[in-house]
Design a binder for this molecule. Structure first.
Ligand SMILES: Cc1cc2nc3c(=O)[nH]c(=O)nc-3n(C[C@H](O)[C@H](O)[C@H](O)COP(=O)(O)OP(=O)(O)OC[C@H]3O[C@@H](n4cnc5c(N)ncnc54)[C@H](O)[C@@H]3O)c2cc1C
Length: 384
C-alpha cells in the first residue's frame, strides 16, 4: 500500500507552523541579517512550539516525533526565516547522536536544554585541512586520568559564535583513519576554547566560524559512545540532516515562488499582467516542478528513516539537488521581480545568499554524488 498523506496531527502542526512562520518570522527575516544579530528569543520560541525537541525522547524533554514531522518543521520554518531552520536541522542531528550514543548523564544535562531552546549546540568536524575528506581531521584527544586533552582547530562551524557547546570530533588513534575518531561534548566556556566568527556571504545570524582548542580538559564522561567510534556515529546522522536541508531550502524557494506568482499576476507590462507571458510562467512552472520532486524525495527519505530502512542515497540526492534547485528558483524569482528585488528592501537577495551556503555545508554536490555512486555501483568502485 502506498499512502502519500500526512496524519491529521501532522497537518495541524504544519498549519500552526505556517501561521507562525508567516506572521512572526517572515516580517523580521532580513532584520537579523542586516543587523548581524542572532535572534536567540526566536530560537527559544521554537522550543516553546516543540520544534527543537522533535527528535528528543519525551523522557528528556522532547516529543519523540517522527522524522517526517521534523521535515514539516524544516519546510515551514524555511518559508519564514531560512536561518532559523538551523534550529530544526542541527537540533535534530545532535539530539539523535546524543540520544543514541551518549551516557544518561549527558542526555539529562543537554537534551532538555536543547528542547526548550535555552542551549544551542553545534557540531564541529571540519578543519582547515579536512572538509569533504572528514576522516582526515588532525585534532587530537589524548586520554589522561579522568580527562581527555583536546588540541586542534575546527573551521566553518555553524553557530560557532553563539553555541553553548559543540560535539567535537578528534583523533584518539592517529594511525587508524576514520576508525580512530571520537566525539566529545565540549562546552564553549571550557578554558582553552576560543571561537571566532566569519564575515559570511549568507547565514549571517548563524555565526559560522572557527573553534580553536588549546589543551582543553574535557571530562571523560563527555565522550559520546565508544572511543574511536565517533565517525560512524555521526555519518548516520547526516542522512537525517541532509533530508532536512533539502526541505529547508525547498521551503525558502516555495515562499519565493508564492511571492513571485503574486507579483507577476499584478504587475503589468505591454498592457497585460506579466503572468500572461509564457516566458514568465514557464520558468515558474519549471522551478515549482523541480522543487516538488525534491520535496517528495525528501519526505520519502524521512519516511524510510522512520521505518528503519536504508535511505543514504535518497538523502544524498536531496542534499545534492535541493539547495541547487532552490537557489536556481530564488535567482529566477529575483529576476522576475525586476530591479527592486536586487535591493535589500526585498528578502530575495538574502534568501539567495542564505541558501547557497547549504550547497556546501553538510557535504558538497560531489560528496553526495560519491555516496550515491557507492550505493548504486558498489563499494569496490570507490575512488579512494
Ligand atoms: C554554511 C555552511 C555551514 C557549515 N556548517 C558546518 C558545521 O556546522 N560543522 C562542520 O563541521 N562543518 C561545517 N561546514 C563545513 C562544510 O561541511 C565543508 O565546507 C564541506 O564539507 C566541504 O569541505 P571544504 O570546504 O574543506 O572543501 P573541500 O573538501 O576542500 O572541497 C573543495 C571542492 O572540491 C570538491 N571535492 C573534494 N573532494 C572531491 C572528490 N573526491 N571528488 C570530487 N570533488 C571533490 C568538493 O566537492 C568541493 O567542491 C559548513 C560550511 C558551510 C558553507
Amino acid at each position: 500500500m502506498v499512502n502519500f498523506s500526512f496524519s491529521d496531527e501532522q497537518e495541524y502542526f504544519r498549519a500552526m507552523l505556517r501561521e507562525f512562520s508567516q506572521s512572526e518570522l517572515l516580517p523580521h527575516y532580513t532584520k537579523w541579517d542586516r543587523e548581524n544579530t542572532h535572534p536567540r528569543h526566536l530560537w527559544k520560541k521554537l522550543g516553546e512550539l516543540g520544534v527543537n525537541g522533535l527528535r528528543i525522547p519525551e523522557a528528556f524533554g522532547g516529543s519523540g516525533a517522527e522524522c517526517v514531522t521534523t521535515g514539516i518543521a524544516a519546510e515551514e520554518i524555511g518559508r519564514g526565516d531560512f536561518n532559523l531552520t538551523y534550529g530544526v536541522m542541527l537540533n535534530a542531528l545532535i539530539s539523535e547522536i546524543l540520544t543514541n550514543h551518549a551516557t544518561d548523564q549527558l542526555k539529562r544535562t543537554w537534551l532538555p536544554e536543547i528542547a526548550n531552546g535555552n542551549k544551542i549546540m553545534g557540531i564541529a568536524i571540519t578543519e582547515p585541512a579536512a572538509g569533504t575528506d572528514a576522516a582526515g581531521i588532525r585534532s587530537t584527544a589524548v586520554h589522561k586520568g579522568d580527562k581527555y586533552i583536546l588540541n586542534g582547530e575546527k573551521s566553518g562551524i555553524s553557530v560557532a559564535t553563539i553555541g553553548d557547546a559543540f560535539i567535537v570530533f578528534a583523533k584518539t588513534d592517529l594511525n587508524s583513519g576514520s576508525k580512530g575518531i571520537s566525539a566529545f561534548v565540549v562546552p564553549a566556556d571550557l578554558p582553552g576554547v576560543e571561537c571566532k566568527g566569519y564575515e559570511d556571504m549568507g547565514n549571517v545570524p548563524i555565526g559560522r566560524g572557527s573553534i580553536y582548542l588549546t589543551d582543553v580538559e574535557v571530562p571523560e564522561e563527555n565522550l559520546i559512545g565508544l572511543e574511536n567510534n565517533g565517525f560512524f556515529q555521526v555519518m548516520n546522522g547526516f542522512d537525517l540532516s541532509r533530508l532536512l536541508i533539502g526541505l529547508q531550502c525547498a521551503g525558502a524557494a516555495f515562499q519565493s515562488l508564492d511571492e513571485t506568482i503574486e507579483h507577476v499576476k499584478t504587475r503589468h507590462a505591454f498592457g497585460k499582467p506579466l503572468a500572461k507571458n509564457q516566458g514568465v510562467s514557464f520558468p515558474i512552472v519549471t522551478h515549482y516542478t523541480q522543487l516538488e520532486l525534491i520535496k517528495w524525495q525528501a519526505y520519502r527519505g524521512l519516511w524510510l528513516r522512520d521505518k528503519n530502512k536504508k535511505h543514504s542515497k535518497e538523502a544524498s540526492s536531496v542534499k545534492w539537488l535541493g539547495p541547487k534547485y532552490a537557489q536556481e528558483a530564488i535567482h529566477e524569482c529575483m529576476l522576475l521581480n525586476g530591479h527592486y528585488a536586487y535591493t535589500k528592501e526585498m528578502p530575495l537577495e538574502q534568501r539567495l545568499r542564505d541558501v547557497i551556503g547549504l550547497e556546501i555545508g553538510d557535504g558538497t554536490a560531489q560528496a553526495n554524488q560519491m555516496v550515491i555512486a557507492r550505493e548504486l555501483i558498489g563499494k569496490e568502485f570507490k575512488p579512494y
